[in-house]
Design a binder for this molecule. Structure first.
Ligand code: FAD
Length: 289
């Protein structure tokens, strides 16, 4: 099923992100985890892809195929293009098609530290990948950044680049995580002003590891509201308390988004079935299944 059809239903609905094992690592443990996450009945699941040459490429495809065929949940496969050639992308996309994958999240990815790709590479930006895949029968999504992509000096430029990749053929966008819903609503207004009309799925990260989150936020440019900082300061060293607090904070964010007209939320599950289950339990009366 195409993600665009799911989003067109208007929600409220929730999807989950999972990640595959690293290259040459066994698939079985991740398949079991993914099946448990799928059992929480999300409207679709996405499977991440390694940057620069696809260090997880085959595993992304295998886990995505498992999600769709064995777990019965529509799947969105991520695909990064930094360092790729038109031939390597062509092969990967055909293998996705053979696996029955209909939805691709088109990403640039990040260059590994110390490596620089030539300025005349086939894929300099995600928009190059969108142009390559547009019209080939896939539903295409892309990433966007409510607090500006860390490489962009100006909001206006970043939004213009998002508009460029949407115009190249995207059906929807998914945001980077944010912890203050006003950040999302302001960003959405700016995208609409710029003429971006596709659905903008809100990406929510339930934080269960208080110590990791400061580093992740620093790298991604995501701000931590004082209310959230207080939770991490108080419970960050206690995993059980942080799980309770992280699930509660994320649930409150999701309910507020739904209450204010957002149709669909994508939850970064970090491959934690309990987290997925508890969030869905909290939303049982709200979600349209
Ligand atoms: P782009 O859209 O190419 O943007 C990257 C930067 O280039 C931005 O600053 C943009 O403003 C700028 N830019 C774009 N076009 C132009 C242009 N024409 N001229 C000049 N500048 C331009 N990473 C992974 O490795 N694997 C994953 O599975 C993965 N999944 C993700 C899922 C989501 C929902 C999100 C939000 C991010 C994900 N990422 C993933 C991270 C992503 O790869 C990085 O954030 C990466 O730095 C940017 O990717 P992008 O597709 O947004 O790039």
């Amino acid at each position: 099923m195409k993600i665009s059809e799911i989003l067109a239903k208007g929600g409220p609905s929730v999807s989950f992100e999972v990640f595959p094992p690293k290259k040459d690592r066994p698939l079985e443990g991740t398949k079991e985890i993914v099946a448990q996450i799928a059992a929480a009945a999300p409207s679709f699941m996405s499977v991440t892809y390694g940057a620069a040459g696809g260090s997880t490429g085959a595993n992304t495809r295998a886990i995505a195929e498992h999600v769709q065929k064995s777990c019965g949940v529509p799947v969105l496969a991520h695909l990064t293009c930094v360092g790729a050639t038109r031939e390597s992308i062509g092969r990967e996309v055909e293998s996705f098609r053979e696996a029955g994958i209909e939805n691709i999240l088109c990403l640039r990815g990040d260059c590994p530290p110390g490596i620089e790709f030539p300025g005349n590479a086939a894929f300099m930006h995600a928009s190059d990948l969108v142009r390559e895949l547009s019209g080939k029968g896939f539903c295409l999504g892309g990433a966007c950044y409510p607090e500006v992509h860390p490489e962009s000096a100006h909001f206006t430029d970043d939004i213009a680049h998002v508009k460029e990749k949407v115009d190249a053929g995207l059906d929807f966008l998914t945001t980077q995580m944010f912890f203050d819903n006003n950040v999302y609503f302001h960003y959405l207004a700016r995208l609409r002003d710029a003429g971006v009309t596709v659905p903008v799925v809100a990406g929510i990260m339930p934080v269960t590891n208080g110590r990791q989150i400061a580093r992740i936020c620093e790298l991604s440019g995501t701000s931590l509201p004082p209310r959230f900082r207080a939770i991490v300061d108080r419970f960050g060293d206690d995993p059980a308390a942080m799980l309770d607090a992280g699930v509660a904070y994320a649930t409150e964010q999701i309910i507020d988004l739904f209450a204010n007209g957002v149709g669909h939320v994508h939850v970064y599950t970090m491959n934690k079935p309990e987290l997925a289950r508890r969030i869905m339990d909290n939303l049982a009366g709200i979600l349209v299944r």
